[in-house]
Design a protein around this ligand. Structure first.
Ligand SMILES: Nc1ncnc2c1ncn2[C@@H]1O[C@H](COP(=O)(O)OP(=O)(O)OP(=O)(O)O)[C@@H](O)[C@H]1O
Ligand SMILES: [Mg+2]
Length: 287
């Protein structure tokens, strides 16, 4: 199958800083890939190579088989950069019409207004738009040309929670209908809500890559948490300030069976799956 994104050995340097240091990336149609990593990891720089905004220092990247930055590659994708400034006198309706025309399309403006909550904004000049309002326009622009690939840099930063949820459900529908999404996020729950795969980068290098399903399956770990009356068996960890003891285990049933068999007096037992955040911390530690 022709990949939406096929990148090999990407390198980008800024003076002495190697912002992207040999990254491979693949994204298929109908798939959402989340890019995670600390501030300065190289996420936005990597996206700028994928969108063709910057030339690579080494490596290749194609979009549906076309070199990044070519007309064909640009027409196939919609982009929301991490921060976008718009001319103050322009209205969202004009911007959307202009951006869609570059895809050779007339935009479905009514659908975009509904999807991105632009009802009261669409015909206002953008001077004075709030941060979240600008963000919603920038997202509408990414989707206005019916792209086969959406490249979104921190799409929900600055959005209120209702707009975040609307964005996540729109993105899931887009992917279900065959669209490809590459997004960056600092929000684990957003990656969990939207993405099939995630790639973590740190100092320009890929440090972790896989599907969320694989990660959950290989790391099927629960946290067992409980209060134990003294004397507690010595195989249990020390209590925290609230008197609770926490134990991560791949077999929480066995932990409970052992407690019962040994006649340990315990109460307030809680068993919860570890969050993606904790699982990633474990995987990174092993990597
Ligand atoms: N135009 C530039 N000139 C010089 N250095 C740059 C430039 N753009 C990025 N860098 C550097 O490259 C590195 C990666 O930056 P990048 O913006 O890609 O990080 P990021 O992962 O997107 O971070 P954040 O989470 O803060 O958005 C940083 O060290 C940054 O300072
Ligand atoms: Mg960034």
């Amino acid at each position: 199958m022709l990949q939406a994104i096929e990148a090999k050995g990407l390198v980008k340097r800024f003076g002495g800083v190697t912002a992207v240091d040999g990254v491979d990336l693949q994204l298929a149609p109908g798939e959402a890939l989340g890019l995670l990593g600390p501030n300065g990891a190289g996420k936005s720089t990597l996206l700028s190579l994928v969108t063709g905004l910057r030339p690579t220092d080494a490596g290749t990247v194609t979009i549906f088989g076309h070199p990044a930055g070519s007309d064909a590659a640009r027409r196939a994708m919609g982009v929301t950069p991490q921060s976008a400034a718009f001319p103050p006198q322009i209205t969202p309706r004009e911007l959307i019409a202009y951006a869609a025309a570059r895809h050779g399309m007339r935009p479905d403006t009514d659908r975009l207004i509904a999807a991105f909550g632009l009802q009261r904004l669409i015909d206002r000049r953008m001077a004075g738009f709030s941060g979240g309002e600008v963000r919603r326009v920038a997202l509408a622009l990414a989707f206005c040309g019916a792209p086969k690939l959406a490249v979104l840099d921190e799409p929900t930063t600055g959005l209120d929670s209702a707009s975040q949820e609307a964005f996540q459900s729109l993105t899931r529908d887009y992917v279900a209908s065959g669209g490809a999404v590459l997004l960056t996020s600092h929000h684990w729950d957003e990656i969990e809500a939207v993405c099939d795969r995630l790639t973590m980068i740190d100092r320009g290098q890929r440090v972790l890559d896989g599907t969320l399903a694989e990660m959950r399956a290989t790391m099927r770990i629960n946290q067992v948490s409980l209060v134990v009356d003294d004397p507690a068996p010595d195989w249990l960890p020390a209590p925290d300030a609230d008197g609770r003891r926490h134990l991560d285990s791949a077999d929480s049933d066995a932990v409970v069976t052992r407690l019962v068999r040994e006649g340990v007096a315990f109460h307030d037992l809680l068993i919860r799956p570890l969050a993606l955040k904790d699982i990633l911390a474990t995987l990174r530690h092993e990597a």
